[in-house]
Design a protein around this ligand. Sequence first.
Ligand SMILES: *[C@@H]1O[C@H](CO)[C@@H](O)[C@H](O)[C@H]1NC(C)=O
Ligand SMILES: *[C@@H]1O[C@H](CO)[C@@H](O)[C@H](O)[C@H]1NC(C)=O
Ligand SMILES: *[C@@H]1O[C@H](CO)[C@@H](O)[C@H](O)[C@H]1NC(C)=O
Ligand SMILES: *[C@@H]1O[C@H](CO)[C@@H](O)[C@H](O)[C@H]1NC(C)=O
Length: 167
Amino acid sequence: MGRSCNLLFVLVVFILLHTSLSSTVLNISTDEAVLLAYKSHISYFDPNNILTTHWSSSRLVCNWIGITCSSRHHRVSALDISNMQLYGTIPPYLENLSFLVSISIDNNSFHGEFPKELAYLQRLKLISVRRNNFTSAIPTFLSLLPNLRIVHLQSNQFFRGNPVFPF
Ligand SMILES: *[C@@H]1O[C@H](CO)[C@@H](O)[C@H](O)[C@H]1NC(C)=O
Ligand SMILES: *[C@@H]1O[C@H](CO)[C@@H](O)[C@H](O)[C@H]1NC(C)=O
Ligand SMILES: *[C@@H]1O[C@H](CO)[C@@H](O)[C@H](O)[C@H]1NC(C)=O
Ligand SMILES: *[C@@H]1O[C@H](CO)[C@@H](O)[C@H](O)[C@H]1NC(C)=O
C-alpha cells in the first residue's frame, strides 16, 4: 500500500508540474500548430484530399473536418479522423492538445508505438483506435487517466508486455 501511495504521489506531482509549465503557453493557436504538424507527419492516401483541403490555417481550426472545440475553453476537445485511409504514427506532441476529451482514429493504418505522453491528457474520456496496426505493448498507462471511460483497442497487434508507466 505504501508503495502505491508513493507512486500516486509522484504521479500527481509530475502532472501538476507538467501542467503548470505548459498551461501558461498553450492556447487555440498552439492546438492549430500541433494539428498542422500532425498533418504533415501523416502521409496518406487521400483520394478526396480531405485533410489537405480542410486542415489549413486559412480556416479556423475549430471548423476543420474531424475537429471539435470546447466552446467554454475555446480549445480542441475532440479529434475524429476515423475511416480516412490515413497512414502514420501518433507523435508524442499530441500531448499539447491539453483539452482533448476524445480521440477516434478507427480504421486507418496507424502503426508503431502508442506514445506514453498521452498520459498527460488528463481530460480524456474516450480513446478508440480499432482496426489499425499498432504493434506495441498494450498501453497500460491509460489506466492512469482519471476520466477515461471508453477504450477500444481491438484489431491491432498490441501484445501483453510489462506494464509501461510514463514517469
Ligand atoms: C496564444 O498564445 C501566444 C503566446 O504564447 C500568443 O502570441 C497568441 O496570440 C495566443 N493566441 C490566442 C488565440 O490567444
Ligand atoms: C474503413 O474505411 C474505408 C475507407 O474509408 C471504408 O471504405 C470502410 O467501409 C471502412 N470500414 C469500416 C468497417 O468502417
Ligand atoms: C509539444 O510537446 C512537445 C513534447 O512532446 C514539446 O517539445 C513541444 O515544444 C510542444 N509543442 C507545442 C507547439 O506546444
Ligand atoms: C499492417 O501491416 C501489415 C504488414 O506490416 C500490412 O500487410 C497490413 O496491410 C497492415 N494493415 C493495415 C490495416 O494497415
